[in-house]
Design a protein around this ligand. Sequence first.
Ligand code: AMP
Length: 608
Amino acid sequence: METVIGIDLGTTNSCVAVVEGGQPTVIANRGGYKTTPSMLAITEAGKRLVGHIAKRQAVTNAEHTVFAAKRLIGRKWDSQQVQNAVTNCPYGIVPGPHEDARIQLRGKVYSVPEVSAMILQEMKMIAEDYLGHAVEKAVITVPAYFNDNQRQATKDAGKIAGLDVIRIINEPTAAALAYGFGKSVDKTVAVYDLGGGTFDISILEISGTGVFKVISTAGDTFLGGEDFDLRIIQWLVDSFREEHDIDLREDRMALQRLKDAAEKAKCELSAVDQSEVNLPFIISNARNEALHLQRVLARSQLEDLTRDLVDRTVHTCEQTLEEAGLEKSEIEEVILVGGMTRMPSVQRAVADFFEREPSKGVHPDEVVALGAAIQGMALTRDTSDMILLDVTPHTLGIMVVGGYFEELIPANTTVPTSSSKVFTTVRENQTAVKILVMQGESHRAEENELLGEFILTGLRKAPAGQVEVEVTFEINADGIVSVHAKDLETGQQQSITVTATSGLTVDEIKNMVSEAKDFAVARRQSDEAESATQEAEKLIAQIEQLFPEVEQVVAGSDFGRDAIEKARGVVDKARLLLEAGDVEELSEQIDALARTQRMFKGVVGKVG
Ligand code: AMP
């Protein structure tokens, strides 16, 4: 059976898991960490860094280090959220060719799915290193409240990373899967998921040993830990401006240091009452004097600064309960997911709202990836009796005359689902109809997200209202929308693709897939080169250390002299290969070095 990995592609951190021997397990990266920062950097030398290594150099390479790319994925350049990111991010965000936002690093422009693909590729490699074989299939999670554009873009990212994304599932649903896996429970649960960039709340019914049915879901794809950090940054920037009349936001390196310090203080304040922010030499003034920033932030202050953000999540909980048609008392378990749920005021707000203490049984950082791996296993195993019924978070509809939004599939409908509508021509001899497909909850079409538009052509010339075309809108199990049309008179099908307004073209994806493949090969080669170099250097050092002793032991014997000369030759050749960077030959020479080292040890050990 083919291995399927589950990837939680987070705003702040990503996590990969697999089911082995029936047990879901999170895979640690090379550094031993179970989560990897969702960060990408390009160094001055053009080297790509992902994860902890990118995070470590972020302050000194702020303009070329990307974090929180997930906040930009599938969004349009002119959206408020992208414009906020442009102001707050030290790295460059520029308009793309398809109304999308792109990221500029060292003069090269990357699409957001491409950046996410680099993070996914890293997660794929972490899994491959652990499993010892290549992995192709994956289940990737997205916030439940992601719309079609964001889901498509995430799927594209998977494709670019060389993954066959067999399913996209919602993060809170994945968390519920991991929570209920292997248990026999009949419960209505609420999953409150506050991560680095997004907030989701889902209400599910878990029944028997594997039926997971989402009843309702809601959220905010621009509300998460990043916003809490921004409040602290704003507070620091304001107080510094008051004191020195200098805006720290204008200095990219200072901004990156502020971001790190703000996040650190926020996390510390989950455990202690006060945290000191200490940033020496943050900037220089007009007289070229170095200025320092030193402030103490109390937990109560942080709670004041972020109260409205927490309140927003509670308000969304209220809404989703109402949509589920449930009373608070009917929720039997509350599961907390996402790093931000470690913040005491968040935990308090959730407990107060649901009038019960949240469950402590799941790990907030790992549970989503575990759920994705479980779903991967269920999808590839014929015998699985697990059933997952999720819902579409947004209403799907079209724009009709007068700029109104006509609903076709309401929010919280179980997916996969479809809905058909018959269109007629409105003008004499009309041969084409233009249809705008949208997602959202407003009755004004312009306030909703445009997913794409298509034009039905080739209609028969006839008086107005006489030509009928049936258009079917479908949402698949990934939550992704597609559209088909049928001429009711002739029965002829028209195949239509909704071109995502902020996605990538097929050709662009093709090029990116091949670039990513090249990178993976190069990266594996450079890993091999690195380990061969390290191994050779280690053996050379050990042999060099043994030379004097061996010389002493074999002094006077012809055999000994020959052996020593031969050993010297082996070491010298390895040194030359190291200098030349000839990895292939070096790998072969490592055998000779190892034999020499063993022989030397034997000689010394025999006598000693
Ligand atoms: P996630 O997307 O689930 O990895 O969540 C990441 C977010 O959780 C980031 O904004 C982190 O700063 C935040 N976070 C992690 N640990 C803590 C903590 N102990 N207290 C408060 N926030 C935290």
